[in-house]
Design a protein. Sequence first.
Length: 484
Amino acid sequence: MVDPVTILGFITLILSNVTNADLDVCDFSGEGILEPGKITLCKGKIGVGRTTEIICPKILKGSGYDLFPNTAANEAYAYHYPNGRLDIDAELRPTDYKYIYGSIHQGYVNFELDGNVVKLAFRFPVDEWLVSHGADKFLYLCMSPDTKVDNDFLELIKWHIINGTRMALDAEEKYQMIHEISSELVNKGIGIVEMTSLAYPTVAHGCGDVPTNLFLNKADYDTETQSYSCEIDIMNRSNVGFFCTGKLDPPSCLYRLYDMENELFTNIDVRHVYNYGDLLYASFKEIRGAKEFYGKCYCRNAKTNEITATIVFKHRTEHLCDLNYFLKNGNPKSLPDKWCHFKMNVGESATILFPPETDYYTQGTDAVTTGESQEAFYTSTLVPKDIKSNCYWRVESSTIHPQYGALNQILGPGAIEVDDTDRANGKIVINYKKKLDSKFGDSNVELVYYWHLHYRGTPMSDDTRASVLITLVCYNDNRPCTQM
């Protein structure tokens, strides 16, 4: 048993250096923080009306440091926890802020070089709006630029955050055990910043009557009517938001909706509706059976009564995950691991579009990957390869990794049919034909499909990876379990 004093010699935990209730400072430039053999953890918070600063020295006692992800090149990136939870199996990746939280305005995250330090500041005024996109915690690392940030290194960091206060471990020994390299890098010290967003709504999708970065999806803008609109599939979005600075139509929007003929109806499977000032948001129940759904609300100008925004709620029985769209509309390395997630009833289908599985050689602008000018060989792969007969699966909300097995044996004969006739052109169709095997009881089942883009001659950690998650709704007595 290692003495607790020895533990603190290797793992230093710093609660935020709070100078007042609205200011957090994680400053690694001070004396005795980045010391040989120490992994130092500082905890900060972001929220409306708060300022949080991260300070990392460029040079300390002759050693070089920097803040990672490298904010000098990518000001809008952080390591985030998938699903807002950190565990040893979670993958950490540099992720665009917009997949972590949303705000009405931009420009409240500032990166600057201030003398011998790198400073990253989060400043949100009291009149700002913030919503969570599902990841309530994210990380920054203050460390030597020579440190290789690969999966093994991130395993080390996660281990210390999870177990640092509960177990005894020599940080240098653990680092060497993983990397089998000189201990000099660890001896420079490593600083970890764990950022937590204060409680505000978890709303990822929606739209409103003003230009906004609150939501992940982009609203359509009609230049003729000068109004915004969006369509949301309520089966696949837990919380949906509508931002209206005018007046709602109908006033009881989300409890009551207009149909295609602008007739009001009220038979809506909604769990909760929250009125958060100008932001209205709701969580919907799972749609009862494989049926179409359509409803809408308006936001109107309080003075002129003109429509300024329209939100349409739909349920589609044919789902689409277009990986090509993600690849062509942004840097895929900044996206969360789970690019698409569908909930499917019996009778529904999902189509996955992806770059054809072949070897590519690109010269000049590479639109399939980052859009940057480069020359590269790369290979596109969707797994499982034997997708018609096998799958990766797990019970919904399980913390274990998806298991590999035969479709008919796991889910029941004929439950899932996969059409891969157009796989060579990058198209797969998954059909949910029959209810799941009774052994699953009242539990939904998740199918996971993995897509992998490998750049030849580069480390595997530089590859682009994505997953497509399909949740199969369970049935009892021919009714979805959620209705029982």
